[in-house]
Design a protein around this ligand. Structure first.
Ligand code: G4P
Length: 528
């Protein structure tokens, strides 16, 4: 029992959110470097040849000879057991990226110091705020010309609607970047550039009022630093751990992942402020992570794209207790007991069979087609289901039709199965059949996944025509869509469960629907 508590207490489970190219992969790699999980950084980043064609994560795996896409990297650092959950970001940005955030306990937001808040960060941030999870900001690439740090803070506050509190503060940027001032210790960590940042950096720390500092920092930047220190203390948001943990205040650190600068200070602050896995709600009740009974939910299902290995993995986030290989669990949605035999976990250096895992961890379980996104498994007498994972709004739409009408059965079965796994969403006309299906996806790559899988697994070829819709909104069940006053290009559809939805070609249409139908509630995700 004591061991269980200790194991869970040292766990920290987070996701990194960022816009492509802000430095998520580089930062992840540097975390692994400092965690001792890899010996030399720089090998992972050989993306030039296949520039962004595949997941960053897959790229990491390929470099290290790991062949199957994973969902989590785990490593130990200073007595903590850290799980970094993958949030695919380039072309493979998909609903899975959002779902992963449902499994994380907090998020690290990486921002490019020259660009500020970008589109994909905004989208991912929205999902984090929905759950009120703590968000830690890392402002990256300070070794390049950066925007004014005050301006960056303001942009985060205004665009994302979260208060910020700088934990450290940069001294210059680009060629003049001299380091960061740590506000709690009142010390300056000097920036000593290293080539490519392959190894951990040596650090030199000076008191902010040490005269020696003037030898390294230009007069102008030195004076500016003294001013900034005063200004931040006077006018900045006051630090409150409570507000951080409630997701209302984001601690901000500055650094340069490429040159390993600011990684250790960031990890130190991050680990000081984060908590072990927090309780989750199930059927209106709080499930304590330290309870002896095991519980977990599926946040992602991944089918192997290799036609020779058509296995499927269901990824579970463990919410309480301890997992042991071969254990018998109750599958709430399937209303059956099952044995968890084939389970995998990705340690930082290899994908290995997992024998035990604890609340906070993620395990991949072989799925013979019985699991759906959001399903719960438990041990113990009490059966319960965790609050479901919402369905997130797709952003790309296409109409698909079966080329060979004789294969209607396979077509419907394949499309429904792939939708059930959560790779695509499907919609039909109100009261319409499955001859023509509207497919919605969060990332365009999912269309390719759909076509590939239908062909390989179900022997079905499809016609696909893109549709101009950009926005989807769920409406309250029971709303009579026919009576709504909508712009002529708005389409009324239903999802697999018969829930009514609206598709819009632009945000003007969304506003029209809202303005002309006062009682209409439009939702960006569906809670089911
Ligand atoms: P992502 O996963 O968020 O998409 O970003 P990634 O880490 O792949 O970084 C995107 C680019 O930014 C990479 O350059 C990377 O080297 C660079 N980068 C990351 N962190 C820093 C930093 O702190 N300072 C500077 N100056 N650059 C940084 P690339 O040219 O696309 O790749 P590569 O040729 O360097 O491998």
């Amino acid at each position: 029992m004591e061991d269980l508590r200790q194991q869970i207490e040292k766990r920290r489970t987070f996701a990194i959110i960022s816009h492509p190219d802000a430095g998520k992969t580089t930062l992840t790699e540097k975390f692994l470097l400092y965690g001792g999980a890899i010996q030399q950084a720089g090998t992972v980043k050989g993306k030039k040849n296949s520039k962004h064609a595949t997941s960053d994560w897959m790229e990491i795996e390929k470099q290290r000879g790991i062949s199957v896409t994973s969902s989590v990297l785990q490593f130990n650092y200073q007595g903590y057991c850290i799980n970094i959950l993958d949030t695919p970001g380039h072309q493979d940005f998909s609903e899975d990226t959002y779902r992963t955030l449902m499994a994380a306990d907090c998020a690290v937001m990486v921002i490019d110091a020259s660009k500020g808040v970008e589109d994909q960060t905004r989208k991912l941030f929205k999902v984090c705020t929905m759950r009120h999870i703590p968000i830690f900001t890392f402002i990256n690439k300070m070794d390049r010309e950066a925007r004014d740090p005050y301006e960056l803070m303001e942009e985060i506050e205004q665009e994302l609607g979260i208060e910020t509190c700088p934990v450290n503060w940069p001294i210059g940027s680009g060629k003049r970047f001299a380091g960061v001032y740590e506000r709690d210790d009142k010390e300056v960590i000097r920036f000593i550039p290293v080539d490519g940042g392959k190894k951990e950096v040596e650090t030199e720390i000076l008191k902010a009022d040490d005269p020696k500092l003037k030898e390294y920092v230009e007069d102008e930047l030195y004076d500016k630093l003294q001013e900034d220190i005063e200004l931040l203390d006077m006018a900045g948001n006051e630090f409150s751990l409570e507000a951080v943990r409630a997701g209302k205040l984001s601690p901000v650190c500055f650094g340069s992942a490429l040159t390993n600068f600011g990684i250790e200070p960031f990890l130190k602050h991050f680990l000081n402020m984060t908590t072990p896995p927090t309780p989750r709600m199930a059927d209106g009740e709080v499930i304590d992570p330290y309870q002896e009974n095991f519980s977990a939910f599926v946040f992602k299902i991944q089918a192997n794209m290799n036609s020779r290995h058509r296995d499927r993995m269901a990824f579970f986030r463990i919410c309480s207790g301890k997992f042991e290989k071969g254990m018998e669990v109750y599958h709430y949605q399937g209303k059956k007991k099952i044995k968890l035999n084939q389970s995998k976990q990705l340690m930082a250096d290899e994908r290995s069979e997992v024998n035990e895992a604890y609340a906070g961890d993620v395990i991949g379980v072989f799925d013979p087609g019985i699991f759906s996104i959001g399903d719960t498994i438990t041990t113990g007498k009490k059966h319960f289901a965790f609050e479901g994972i919402p369905t997130f709004a797709p952003e790309h739409f296409a109409m698909i039709r079966n080329k060979d009408t004789m294969k209607r059965k396979q077509f419907v079965k394949g499309v429904e199965q792939i939708a059930k796994e959560g790779a695509i969403q499907i919609f039909t006309e109100l009261g319409g059949g499955m001859e023509e299906i509207i497919v919605g996806v969060v990332g365009v790559l999912q269309f390719e996944v759909l076509e590939h899988r239908l062909k390989n697994e179900y022997n079905v070829e499809i016609h696909k025509s893109p549709l101009p819709y950009q926005y989807i909104r769920w409406v309250k069940e029971g709303t009579n869509l026919k009576s709504l006053n909508l712009s002529s290009d708005t389409r009324k559809v239903q999802d697999l469960k018969g829930q009514p939805l609206l598709l819009f070609t632009n945000d003007w249409g969304v506003r029209w629907a809202q303005d002309k139908n006062k009682d209409l509630e439009l939702l960006e995700f569906s809670k089911n």
